[in-house]
Structures are given as structure tokens and as C-alpha cells.
Write a protein that binds this ligand. Structure first.
Ligand code: NOJ
Length: 577
């Protein structure tokens, strides 16, 4: 991509806010829109360009707002539409664009569309969702009568029996999140209309929830059951089959996204941002989705690098091998080098905290948080910062099941324990991988409840907030916050950070992550020690590199060839290749 033609988001950084956990303005213990508006200075100081707002729409909150009952409103928990208008206006006044979460694979079961759909088989909205009869030869409603054996993301079957009409509806997530039938053109038109309504209201794009699940291939077919289960050993994940092949990147997905683009985005490309969340997407598919000539989405969230520390499903926690991480991210850099674009992330509201997962949240918390930021932000793509990442926030010390709030975690525990798993082992997996790790309140200061609320927080604040908080970070020039601020500034001021070619070095080194970026005659080297021991990296030409200009590092006055524990450096030099 010649840098003169590069879209605005190639030099941008996105900041994700999870409204429930960001800032509470009214003391009910739950974050809200006025709370976010009151904290926009924090985002401005950090220097981010875009705010991605996780769902604030009316919702029964079964999945913290990812179960929407009205696409064109604001849940009273979070405030009002005028509060949202104010947030957008205040963000815009600071040069920050606002991207909304678009959750249209499913609605809430309390959405009027679904209420109508379930009311009778001849209701005009019946076909807006996926209704199917029981498996032939079974008694409807009995275990095993589900139309397919697919397992849902939140444990148990993907099908819920509905007595009113004696049929099942599909829900890939909770039973309160029925899947919309995108084969029906009326559904698509209703969604496009709603999206245009938000653009008219001033929003600057969409983060599209599980958007590669829209197109389903649904003559009912069973999915493959994990081997361990066929052999009679019940895996912690459950007893169902994998329906992924029937709903991930299904036959019409490119058509649906191109249509959405044509109906909603076309004509506004220069100012909007679209990012599709796509579990299971491959590099080859992502290249198609993000090829600018195909007009589908600007970038996708892929999941490969956040699945490398998992075996058979997300609760089967395995140690991460750095070589696997480099292989994966390197392949994505290469695969989207000529066509398409990467989004870059370690954290979001669904992932445990990166400093606990990939770094060292003990002795080297600050340094390893900076290392992770450095490595991520120096890749080619658009970086996403999740609230608190810029403080080096760590996983929470959840003691017991009662400390968890997330439907995914609670369902998994119930399900796995009912199937015979050891409760302590299940709890250990929740502590490591559970989404609540990302959802403890943002840590603003050292006061009780971290300045998040004057009430009782909906989920306990991490006790480490007495040290790890925004107030302390802002006051300390060596904090993770100021390091992130410098990284964000680098992307804007050094064109090679945004657009340089990427070359992975030392693919087989188990502790050093190193790569170069080159644009015209400028070359950058990023080198990072992913370990608690000093190391002398085997980078080609290292002895010359250490004499080059040090753009950024995470250790005071680094000298010499040896990297300290969790040290990262970024060098720049100019000259022909
Ligand atoms: C992905 C979202 O990021 C996650 O939080 C949610 O539970 C599912 N999609 C269902 O909407």
C-alpha cells in the first residue's frame, strides 16, 4: 500500500471501553455513559484516535449487553440517548471517533422481533430466526431431540425447545441470544436501516460481533464430537458436537458483508472504520474480507494467537510457546502484507489480561506490560488497547465461584462439574482464562473501589488498585501509561511503524521476539526478551544495531548487547537495504 493512499486508520490506535466496568457516574455500581464522558481526558492524554464502545443498548444483560432487545436505544443502566449524543460530541471535540458494537448475529430473546417470531409458526417474523422441528424419531423437548448435536459457546446445546409451537430455535450463544436468520432479506434490510440510523446520529463505524457467523449452512447435520468423548472420557467442554463447519464463514458470508457495505458504508469509507470479529477465520479468508477492492470490512479480529495456550477448547489451558506465537503472528503479517490489513490485540473484554497471560504480573509487571505493548504496536496493523491495558492491569485474584459473574464461566462450571470434572480444576481454568479477568473495574485511583464507583461495584475491584491505577500512572513518567502514549505517538510520527514491510527474525528462538520494519530507507528493529533471565539476542548485525538510534525502550538507559529480563528495545537506522 503506497503510504500516500493509506486510509486514516493505518496510523490510528483504537481504545476499547467496556461500559459496565469503566466509570460509574451515579453510584449504582455499574459504569455508564456519563462516566465515560467524564473520563475522556484520559483517552485524549493517551492519544488514541478511536473509542470502541461495547454494547450500551437496552438488554436483559444475560451476556452483559451482547443480548440486545432494542438496537436503537440506550439501556437505562447506562443512561439515555442524549447521554450517548453527549459522549459522541465530547469525543469528537477531542478528535476521537466513536465506533459502536454491532451485534446482529443474534438478538435477545426479549427483542420484539423474537417475541413475535416465537408466538406462532405463521407469524410474519417466524422466519427471522432459525426454527427447526425435533430430530426425526425423537420426542420433542427430550434430551437428544435437538435438531443437531451442536454445542453452544456457553455450554449445552445450541437449540432451545419452545413449547408454544413445539419447535427449537438456534442460539450459538446463550438461550437468551437467538440467532437471526440472515437468509431472510427483511432481516438484512432491518439491520442496514438500523446501521444507517446510527451513522446519521454521528457514529464513526462498527465493531461487528461474531460477524463471520451470519451465513449458516443449515440442512440439519451433526458436528464431529471430540475424540475423547467418543472414547467415553467426558472432556471439560461438554458432550456436544462441533457445529463450526456449518456456521463459520458460511456460503453467503462475503455476499452479506459486501451487501452491508454497499447499503451502509459506501460513500463514507474515508471516515468510517469497520472491524469484523471473526472466530476461526484463516489468513486466506481474512485477506478476502479485508481486500479493499472487495468492499467488505476494513480489518478483522482473528483468534489464532489467543488460542495458542489452549488445547481442546478454551478451558484446556496449556503453556504458550513463544515460537508458536511468532509463527502465527508472522504468518498473519505476511498473509496481509500486500492485500488487506491486520488488527492487533492482546486484550479485550473476552480475554484474560495479557500481562498475566503472556508477561509476568509479579516482579516484572511494569516492564513486561511495556514489552507486550511494544511488540504489538510495532507490528503492521491497527492496534487495539483495552481499558486498563495501558496501566498494566492484571488478572483478578478470584477466590471462589461466587466471585465470577460471566455467563460463560458460570455455565461452564455447572456443566463441567455435572459431567464429572474436578471442581477445583474447573475453577483453576476459570481463574486463568475467564472473561471476568478483563471485566473488573477500571482502576482510576487508590481510593476504595478504585475511584470507579461510590457505590458497590457489580464485580469486585482488583485489590492491586492501590498500586496499579491511572492517577499513579499519570504521575510517573516511567509508567506503562506513558510508554503506551509514546507507542501511539510513534505510529503517528514514524511512517515505518504504520506502513513498513515486516520481517520476522529468529523464528526458532524460544525467548527472543525480534522483527524489522522497513519503509523506503528507514529500518526499524524491535527486539524483546520474553523471559525473566538476561539474554544476548542472536539478531543478525546486532552489534551494529546497538549503536543505532534507540527510539524506545522499557529499561532506563539500556547499554550493551545484553537484554535485561523482559526488556524490549526499538531501534531506527537509515540507509539502503
Ligand atoms: C463476542 C463478544 O465479544 C462476546 O463478549 C459475546 O459474548 C459474544 N460475541 C456473543 O455476542
Amino acid at each position: 500500500m503506497p503510504h500516500t493512499d493509506a486510509p486514516w486508520w493505518t496510523t490510528s490506535v483504537v481504545y476499547q471501553v467496556y461500559p459496565r466496568s469503566f466509570a460509574d457516574s451515579d453510584g449504582d455500581g455499574i459504569g455508564d455513559l456519563a462516566g465515560i464522558t467524564g473520563r475522556l481526558d484520559h483517552l485524549e492524554r493517551l492519544g488514541v484516535d478511536v473509542l470502541w464502545l461495547s454494547p450500551i443498548y437496552p438488554s436483559p444483560q444475560d451476556d452483559n449487553g451482547y443480548d440486545i432487545s432494542d438496537y436503537q436505544g440506550v439501556d437505562p443502566l447506562f443512561g439515555t440517548l442524549p447521554d450517548l449524543d453527549e459522549l459522541i460530541a465530547q469525543a469528537h471535540a477531542r478528535g476521537i471517533r466513536v465506533v459502536m458494537d454491532l451485534v446482529v448475529n443474534h438478538t435477545s430473546d426479549e427483542h420484539p422481533w423474537f417475541v413475535e417470531s416465537r408466538s406462532s409458526t405463521d407469524n410474519p417474523k417466524r422466519d427471522w430466526y432459525w426454527w427447526r422441528p425435533a430430530r426425526p424419531g425423537t420426542v420433542p423437548g427430550e434430551p437428544g431431540a435437538e435438531p443437531t448435536n451442536w454445542g453452544s459457546f456457553f455450554s449445552g446445546p445450541t437449540w432451545e425447545y419452545d413449547e408454544t409451537t413445539g419447535e427449537y430455535y438456534l442460539h450459538l450463544f446463550s438461550r437468551k441470544q437467538p440467532d437471526l436468520n440472515w437468509e431472510n432479506p427483511e432481516v438484512r434490510r432491518a439491520v442496514h436501516q438500523m446501521m444507517r440510523w446510527w451513522l446519521d446520529r454521528g457514529v464513526d463505524g462498527f465493531r461487528m460481533d461474531v460477524i463471520n457467523m451470519l451465513s449458516k449452512d443449515l440442512p440439519p447435520r451433526d458436528g464431529v464430537v471430540p475424540t475423547a468423548e467418543r472414547d467415553g472420557v467426558v472432556p471439560p467442554g461438554g458432550t456436544q458436537g462441533d457445529g463450526g463447519p456449518y456456521y463459520l464463514c458460511g456460503p453467503r458470508i462475503h455476499e452479506f458483508l459486501a451487501e452491508m457495505h454497499a447499503e451502509v458504508v459506501a460513500g463514507h469509507e474515508a471516515t468510517l472504520l469497520t472491524v469484523g470479529e471473526m472466530p476461526g477465520v484463516t489468513v486466506e479468508q481474512a485477506r478476502l474480507f479485508t481486500d479493499p477492492a472487495r468492499h467488505e470490512v476494513d480489518m478483522v479480529f482473528q483468534f489464532e494467537h489467543v488460542s495458542l495456550d489452549q488445547g481442546d477448547g478454551k478451558w484446556d489451558v496449556r503453556p504458550l510457546e513463544l515460537t508458536a506465537l511468532k509463527r502465527s503472528l508472522g504468518r498473519w503479517q505476511e498473509g496481509l502484507a500486500e492485500v488487506g490489513w491486520n488488527s492487533l490485540y492482546w486484550n479485550n473484554h473476552d480475554q484474560p489480561r495479557a500481562v498475566s497471560r503472556f508477561g509476568d504480573d509479579g516482579e516484572h509487571r511494569v516492564r513486561s506490560a511495556k514489552l507486550l505493548g511494544t511488540v504489538l504496536h510495532l507490528h503492521r496493523g491497527t492496534p487495539y488497547v483495552y481499558q486498563g491495558e495501558e496501566l498494566g492491569m492484571a488478572n483478578a485474584p478470584f477466590a471462589a465461584l461466587e466471585d465470577f459473574r460471566d455467563i460463560e464461566a458460570l455455565n461452564h462450571y455447572r456443566h463441567a462439574v455435572a459431567l464429572g470434572a474436578d471442581p477445583d480444576e474447573v475453577l483453576a481454568a476459570l481463574r486463568t482464562m475467564g472473561r471476568d479477568n478483563a471485566r473488573t473495574p477500571m482502576q482510576w485511583d487508590a481510593s476504595p473501589h478504585a475511584g470507579f464507583t461510590t457505590g458497590t461495584p457489580w464485580i469486585p475491584v482488583n485489590p492491586d488498585h492501590v498500586e496499579v491505577n491511572a492517577e499513579a500512572a499519570l504521575a510517573d513518567p516511567d509508567s506503562v501509561f506513558h510508554h503506551y502514549r509514546r507507542l501511539i505517538e510513534l505510529r503517528r510520527t514514524v511512517p515505518a511503524v504504520a506502513l513498513g514491510d515486516f520481517t520476522m527474525l529468529l523464528p526458532d528462538d524460544p525467548v527472543v521476539y525480534a522483527f524489522t520494519r522497513r519503509l523506503d530507507d528507514v529500518e526499524l528493529l524491535t527486539v524483546a526478551n520474553f523471559s525473566g533471565d538476561p539474554v544476548c539476542p542472536d539478531v543478525p548485525g546486532w552489534s551494529e544495531w546497538v549503536l543505532a538510534e534507540l527510539l524506545l525502550g522499557n529499561v532506563a538507559d539500556p547499554t550493551g548487547p545484553e537484554l535485561a529480563p523482559w526488556e524490549a528495545r526499538v531501534y531506527r537506522r537509515t540507509g539502503s537495504a
